[in-house]
Design a protein. Structure first.
Length: 264
């Protein structure tokens, strides 16, 4: 496992110039001639936060949480927006760069990871709005807010793992790219974004935690907003889960990339 991470970091070091070029290319293409520019990074979570707040406070009043509803919804939408954007950016990355793959050799995983990097830039911009909301709603910031950093690292690890697998599958079966919006919609409702995880019956909680976003979102709410520490055993379990998934996905990608040039 340590050897795998060393190999991964070595690739990043040797090809960092290409990596940054790809990031800049995707970033510039995305915001080229866009009047609002990077403001689009916060429009999706803010608009959904506003809709959920309107629905559950005015149209269909429901007591969801003791937390202010905008904060509650935004804390779930923030990691979700990063994950869904990463999937949408990374899945077509190999297919859309098939000319580059056929002409020169470089670690192919750079392409989907560059797409994830673009989504992470949007995530950091949206995280600033999260901090502003915490101050607007007078949420006290305690030392437990420091859990946000390892939780983001866990989110990154899971996202990279899922994106590597889905990107490979899309090379061989283009149905993935066509079906991804539908799959993300199902995933959205299976994630406690607009409802607390406490509403889920205890007998189903093991299965719901197979979705790593459930643990990450619930832990962000508990630590950053609630000021409570997260369970070290639960975090250790999810960390091991993330490592195993990363090892599987990275090796799966390295094996499959040998035939990318032929398939593409």
């Amino acid at each position: 496992m340590i050897k795998l991470f060393y190999k991964f970091l070595k690739y990043y070091k040797d090809y960092r110039d290409l990596y940054f070029i790809l990031i800049w290319k995707q970033f510039s293409v995305r915001y080229k001639q866009a009047i609002l520019g990077v403001v689009w990074a916060v429009i999706q979570p803010l608009s959904l936060m506003g809709i959920f707040t309107l629905v559950f406070s005015r149209i269909m009043p429901v007591k969801i949480s003791t937390l202010p509803q905008p904060i509650f919804f935004y804390s779930g939408l923030l990691p979700w927006a990063f994950f869904s954007s990463s999937v949408n950016y990374s899945i077509p990355s190999l297919v859309s760069n098939y000319d580059l793959i056929r002409k020169i050799y470089f670690p192919r995983e750079i392409l989907p990871i560059a797409g994830i990097a673009i989504a992470f830039i949007d995530f950091m911009i949206a995280a600033v709005i999260f901090i502003i909301l915490l101050f607007l709603y007078h949420i006290p910031i305690t030392w437990c807010a420091l859990y946000f950093l390892p939780l983001v690292a866990l989110l990154l690890l899971f996202t990279i793992s899922f994106c590597l697998i889905l990107t490979v599958v899309n090379v061989y079966y283009r149905d993935v790219q066509l079906a991804i919006n539908f799959l993300l919609q199902l995933w959205f409702f299976a994630t406690p974004i607009f409802y607390p995880i406490g509403m889920i019956p205890a007998k189903y909680k093991f299965f719901i935690y197979l979705n790593p976003l459930c643990f990450i979102i619930d832990s962000i709410r508990k630590s950053v907003i609630g000021g409570a520490p997260i369970s070290p055993y639960a975090f250790l379990f999810m960390f091991c889960y993330a490592i195993i998934l990363f090892v599987i996905s990275f090796n799966f990608f390295r094996i499959a990339e040998r035939k990318f040039a032929d398939v593409l």
